[in-house]
Write a protein that binds this ligand. Structure first.
Ligand code: MLT
Length: 408
């Protein structure tokens, strides 16, 4: 008899954003013609930058002639893109990362989900709370946790991010092996200073631990004193893998391109104490299970690093940050405590009531979709996340409706 992976039974029925989509679809079915404004999932709405579009078109034209056509590309990604990333995103900021330490993929969600395959099943894992659910769910699927009780999976170490600690979790009290960090943070919008990141790097080095650093939102950092990459911290390349994406940086949510940086100095150990380079292991996994991102998409991504591309993505991301300011200012004026939004596209808002109830209220009374904080973990209860990814006009309209609900 074919049997299932029973660890899946520990998961909640559907993924957070699928649950939200289902609720919204049910509401729309019951209320045909409802004009819903999305401030929920972090999905971009602005067109791809012109520099990317031009590169995309010209790469598609290359595919149209036998002489310039390309079949399978290099599994790890084309050198032109890996070199542009290493130069612009790392070396230009003083981070010692080489092109051949970069693996091009179709998403940071997939990379952060897949990376856990490299590690033993009995390691101790620390995740922030609230947390991007992918980090947790994929470890549940792999059997690294116990049952879900009181809003938490047994066996995980939860790093609490609260109003009291400014959404910057304290270092684990005991010893953990694998640590997920995300800055600028999804969902709280918190950012880490150089000193704070240095403490995490020191912890990982002292404990032979590894940090999985999700930097998908780095392009929203406007405070130059904040690190954009963990590799800006000395010693990090021995203990951290970093994930980045063109999704939020350059509007590629529907186009798909991202990358993982696995430095050659980054290692983990087998049960006998032998050291293994994670770069080789990730290369083995990547080449076995992935056939690369399409050539035109990689050319479009490369264009992000041209002078024109950099100017255009900054303009687009400034646009979303203007939305973020509007959200933060409006919700604050309505009496809600807000954080994030200054160097991040997410605003984390204290609701002082059950976050799913608040979600339902906004959906039903304002036809606005937000993300309930409880969906990100126990510490998210009593909060919602509003995303800045929509048009300024839709933001104004959505916030006007929230104001009307609040004063009714
Ligand atoms: C979010 O809204 O948290 C993200 O867009 C989801 C994702 O990137 O997978």
């Amino acid at each position: 008899m074919i049997r299932i992976n029973e660890h899946y039974l520990k998961l909640s029925a559907s993924y957070l954003f699928s649950t939200i989509n289902k609720k919204v679809a049910a509401y729309e079915k019951a209320n045909p013609g409802a004009d819903i404004i999305s401030m929920g999932i972090g999905d971009v709405t602005r067109a791809l930058p012109q520099a990317c579009i031009r590169a995309f078109h010209s790469a598609v034209d290359e595919m149209a002639a036998d002489s310039t056509f390309r079949g399978y590309g290099p599994d790890q990604g084309y050198d032109f893109l890996r070199e542009a990333i290493a130069r612009s995103d790392y070396q230009a900021r003083g981070a010692d990362i080489a092109a051949d330490e970069i693996f091009i993929s179709d998403g940071a969600k997939c990379d952060t989900a897949n990376i856990q395959e490299l590690f033993a099943n009995d390691i101790v894992i620390a995740v922030p709370d609230p947390v991007y659910p992918v980090y947790v769910d994929t470890n549940v699927m792999a059997g690294r946790t116990g049952a879900f009780e009181n809003g938490r999976y047994q066996g995980l170490v939860y790093l609490e991010s609260t109003l009291i600690n400014g959404f910057m979790p304290a270092l684990p009290k005991g010893k953990v092996d694998l640590i997920y960090l995300c800055f600028p943070n999804n969902p709280t919008g918190a950012t880490a200073t150089r000193d704070q990141l240095a403490q995490w790097v020191a912890y990982a080095r002292d404990n032979c631990a590894l940090i999985l650093y999700d930097a998908a939102y780095h392009a929203f950092i406007r405070d130059d004193s904040l690190p954009q990459s963990i590799y800006e911290i000395p010693g990090a390349r021995d203990i951290a893998i970093e994930f980045r994406s063109f999704s939020k940086t350059a509007g590629f949510t529907g186009t798909r391109c991202a990358y993982a940086v696995v430095p050659k100095t980054c290692a983990a150990w087998d049960a006998r104490g032998n050291r293994h380079e994670l770069h080789g292991m990730w290369n083995r996994r990547h080449t076995t299970k992935f056939n690369g991102v399409s050539y035109p998409v990689q050319r479009a991504a490369e264009a992000v690093f041209s002078e024109e591309g950099q100017r255009q993505i900054r303009e687009i991301n400034d646009y979303y940050l203007r939305n973020a300011r509007l959200i933060s200012d409006t919700m604050t004026a309505l009496g809600y405590r807000c954080s994030g939004g200054a160097n991040a596209p997410y605003i984390w808002i204290e609701t002082r009531m059950d976050s799913w109830q608040f979600f339902d209220m906004l959906l039903e009374k304002a036809n606005v979709v937000c993300t309930p904080g409880a969906g990100f973990g126990r510490c998210g209860e009593g909060f919602i996340r509003i995303s800045a990814f929509n048009s300024y006009e839709n933001m104004q309209a959505g916030l006007k409706r929230i104001r009307a609900v609040r004063s009714s």
